[in-house]
Design a protein around this ligand. Structure first.
Ligand code: AGP
Length: 606
């Protein structure tokens, strides 16, 4: 996610703003920028650069502008690649109003068209720039009242946002607003801060104010005013920050992995924004899907498991054959591929060499390439014909969790969209499934509120030498992902099986006390009873079964309940307990959760 910092006070603003951005670097970003109010009424001082903060600092040299208020931003690119022009802050056409933004503005295209008709000149590809021009017009309409203008603009925006704005006519004043994206106030002595999270200012003050949905905050060095969008004055809750700086970077969580597990509702919601209703041109902009006779998904590891779920969904909804290939194997078997093949590389990092080399092979043989990626501007999307970006935000922990959840969402969206393009699914059905997708963030939130008992359950199995995972249909790739999580975090042997495959050999592995995790289909599924039989088969041979499902299984030793869902969407829910079990097992075994042994976050070698 982007990093946001605002400072107003007795110090020269450049230093606390830069320091705050450094504290937020862990959030991941690909460009950075700062705007300051130096001279009242004159154009703002601004500097912004693609790449790391060091690029921005190099461009600053030893310059320390004489400014006591300003805003700074580290950008995780969503709309528009990581370039100097797309970096925030964005300015109005007079250069006197600056805005920074974290989140996704869903209606930015229609706003841009409206604002260009009003004569505003756009310079970037971002959704954010629509907001700064809208705010400029609103400020004029409110006779220069920036807070009133912000309230009006927020009411017109759809999507998620944290916004900060400054104007050259009002040195020392910063106005902010938030919806479904973090913003916190740091209360200092003769100075005040605004930031994405407390780590940006914790070195200066431990006093913070909590801001709620659709609230606007208006600060100077000695005043803080919070209102709702109607302008009603609110009294925000003040609290003392108990974290130290390093804990603050993890949002108070002990590890990035746990933080990212808990970010899944927001990552899923962000990935769905503007994409669930019917045909959506954004989803496949830039690629011609006519005449596709076959889909080939290429990926590694967790991304490969997302592709396996995608196979079920895309074949079901788009009625097109789908192969899922391990990228490291793909090109070495010289597969038959041509221009009627749609190849979908899935990659969180966008830099996995196995996947990139497979992409290049397919492209050299005429295939159309549609990437699913979480990292804007990375190599794989750059070498693809089109890309569907997941909006998981940067994933710091090596073990993939929220990226996997959003890769699943991307698979579903592609399946629905391809189905609509091919006339294989009607709009009513696609909208019904879209509505089911929209329920997932709340259902994941519900699961996260009930995972506490998994901690003690995990302790029961921490000394096991192996753990097996069973699933059917989309539950089978989920079982594979659960096994991978346990392998890479607990360094324990684990294996995922298709439930129906057990009797063809693997059941010989079952002995007294073998832990088996069964991913149950929704209880209204035709496969539910078959999975019940599989559970009974292993239990009869001494297995200790942990069942994950929407109803309790009498033959299971432990039942982990998840909400019911559309059968194809269930992996998004069932994977959450599996992630938590793997996390807790790693803790119980004293392993490095965020950086497991032998592993890298992005495997850029073949
Ligand atoms: C998953 O927990 C692992 N970190 C690994 O399997 C990862 O999914 C795989 O290396 C693919 O990475 P990518 O998505 O960045 O291409």
């Amino acid at each position: 996610m982007c990093g946001i910092v605002g400072y107003t006070g007795k110090a020269l603003a450049l230093s606390p703003v830069l320091e705050g951005l450094r504290r937020l670097e862990y959030r991941g970003y690909d460009s950075a920028g700062i705007a300051l109010v130096v001279t009242k009424g004159a154009p703002l001082w601004i500097e912004k650069r693609a790449g790391k903060l060091s690029n921005l600092e190099d461009s600053l040299g030893d310059v320390i502008p004489d400014a006591h208020s300003g805003i700074g931003h580290t950008r995780w690119a969503t709309h528009g690649g990581p370039t100097d022009t797309n970096a925030h802050p964005h300015l109005d056409n007079e250069g006197k109003l600056a805005l920074i933004h974290n989140g996704i503005i869903e209606n930015y295209v229609e706003l841009r068209e409206l604002l260009e008709k009003r004569g505003h000149i756009f310079t970037s590809e971002t959704d954010t720039e629509s907001v700064v021009h809208l705010l400029s017009d609103a400020r004029k309409a409110h006779n220069g009242d920036l807070a009133a203008a912000m309230r009006e603009v927020c009411a017109e925006l759809r999507g998620s946002f944290t916004l900060l704005a400054i104007h050259a006519d009002e040195p020392g004043r910063i106005v902010g607003a938030r919806r479904n994206s973090p913003l916190v106030v740091g209360v200092g002595d003769g100075e005040n801060f605004l930031a994405s999270d407390v780590s940006a200012f914790i070195a200066h003050t431990k006093r913070a104010l909590e801001l709620g949905q659709d609230e606007v905050v208006d600060i100077t060095s000695t005043s803080i005013v919070v209102t709702d969008l109607m302008g009603n004055i609110l009294t925000p809750r003040e609290y003392e920050i108990s974290w130290d700086a390093s804990a603050a970077e993890r949002g108070g969580f002990p590890h990035f992995m746990l933080k990212e597990i808990y970010e899944q509702p927001k990552s899923i919601a962000d990935t769905l924004i503007g994409r669930t209703q019917g045909l959506n041109s954004e989803i496949t902009a830039g690629i011609n899907l006519e005449g596709i006779s076959k889909v080939v998904i290429i990926a590694c590891g967790t991304a490969y498991h997302a592709g396996l779920v995608g196979k079920y969904a895309i074949e079901k909804w788009a009625n097109v054959p789908v192969d899922v290939e391990l990228a490291s194997e793909y090109r070495y078997r010289e597969p038959a591929v041509d221009s009627s093949t749609l190849v979908i590389p899935i990659s969180q990092s966008g830099e996995t060499m196995d996947t990139l080399m497979a992409l290049r092979y397919a492209k050299s043989h005429g295939a159309r390439i549609f990437a699913v990626c979480n990292t804007n501007g990375s190599t794989i999307p750059r070498e693809s014909d089109a890309v569907l970006y997941t909006h998981a935000g940067p994933e710091i922990a090596v073990a993939s969790t929220k990226a996997f959840a959003t890769q699943l969402i991307a698979m579903y969206l592609l399946g629905l969209h391809l189905g609509r393009v091919r006339g294989a699914i009607d709009e009513k059905t696609s909208i019904e499934i879209g509505n089911e997708l929209a329920l997932l963030p709340a259902k994941v939130e519900q699961i996260l509120e009930t995972v506490e008992p998994l901690r003690s359950l995990t302790r029961e199995f921490k000394d096991s030498t192996s753990m097996l995972f069973l699933g059917r249909h989309v539950g089978y790739p989920t079982a594979l992902e659960g096994a991978l999580k346990l392998k890479e975090l607990a360094y324990m042997h684990a294996e995922g099986f298709a439930g129906g495959e057990l009797k063809h050999g693997p059941i010989a592995l079952i002995e007294n006390g073998t832990p088996v995790i069964a991913i149950m289909p929704p209880s209204n599924s035709l496969l539910y009873e078959k999975m019940v039989s599989n559970v009974q088969e292993v239990k009869a041979r001494g297995a200790v079964v942990i069942a994950i499902g929407d109803s309790d299984l009498s033959s299971a030793a432990h039942n982990i309940r998840i909400p019911t869902s559309h059968e194809y969407l269930q992996p998004v829910l069932a994977v959450v307990p599996l992630q938590v079990i793997a996390y807790e097992m790693a803790i119980a075994r004293g392993n490095d959760v965020d950086q497991p042994r032998n592993l890298a976050k992005s495997v850029t070698v073949e």
